[in-house]
Design a protein around this ligand. Structure first.
Ligand code: MD3
Ligand code: FE
Length: 213
């Protein structure tokens, strides 16, 4: 039988100019990716940071690679060290880098070489309000995101905060490449619904690969 649409293999869903979802692209690597997440967070634990506005974020974060993203009362920044322990971030695992580079290439960005990976951990109720990612030096470089664990509703807006937003479900193993004009679109994550994922448990993890410097 000719199987015209098998969900056993990853497939692409164009989202907007410069943005493409590679559905299930990381699924076969999920176990190994998860082991790396556990080992990175054993070195630099997930932490709930405080925004410049004084709010504690509901998403817990850590990083790997040459630079890590964080926020405190003074603002947002990329730094070479974790303020919690003044140690360098753990190196980016080879599997992380190769997956991000292959995904970027499949989406038309063959030169992408990330120097930072932000790890976000969502528990039920955790959310990320609409924001833009613009702390990176060269906004022509895409961002690659990898979702693991519980599904989340992603909001994909326009170029102004008030623009209407599409809602897209991001599930275990989904990879998205955000480049071109989509790079500066507002986006966020609605509060995570409770649940248990067979591999990951009661969490969603999202890895975002970035070229910061
Ligand atoms: C669209 N993370 O870490 S990943 C973030 O699921 C962030 O944790 C979300 O937004 C998460 O900054 C969304 C998808 C994503 C990441 C970066 C983008 C979408 C993006 C940059 C520009 C446009
Ligand atoms: Fe973002």
């Amino acid at each position: 039988m000719l199987d015209l649409f098998s969900e056993d293999e990853p497939w692409q869903e164009p989202l907007a100019e410069g943005a493409v979802i590679l559905r299930r692209r990381a699924r076969d690597n999920a176990d190994a990716l998860y082991q790396h997440i556990l080992s990175i967070s054993a070195q630099n634990p997930f932490a709930y940071r405080i925004t410049p506005g004084g709010h504690r974020m509901s998403v817990a974060m850590t990083n790997c690679g040459d630079f890590g993203w964080s926020t405190d009362s003074r603002g947002y920044k990329y730094s070479e060290q974790d303020d919690q322990n003044n140690r360098k971030w753990p190196p980016m695992p080879h599997l992380f880098r190769s997956l991000a580079q292959e995904a970027a290439r499949e989406a038309g960005f063959p030169l992408f070489n990330p120097d930072a990976c932000l790890l976000n951990r969502y528990e039920p109720g955790a959310k990320l309000t609409l924001h833009q990612d613009k702390d990176e030096k060269d906004l022509r470089q895409p961002i690659v995101s990898v979702s693991l664990g519980l599904p989340a509703v992603f909001q994909f807006g326009g170029f102004e905060r008030g623009d209407s937003a599409q809602r897209i479900l991001l599930e275990h193993g989904d990879v998205v490449v955000w480049g071109g004009p989509s790079r500066l679109r507002y986006h966020g994550i609605l509060p995570l619904k409770p649940g248990v994922h067979p591999l990951i448990g009661a969490f969603r993890y999202n890895l975002t690969f970035r070229r910061v410097h």
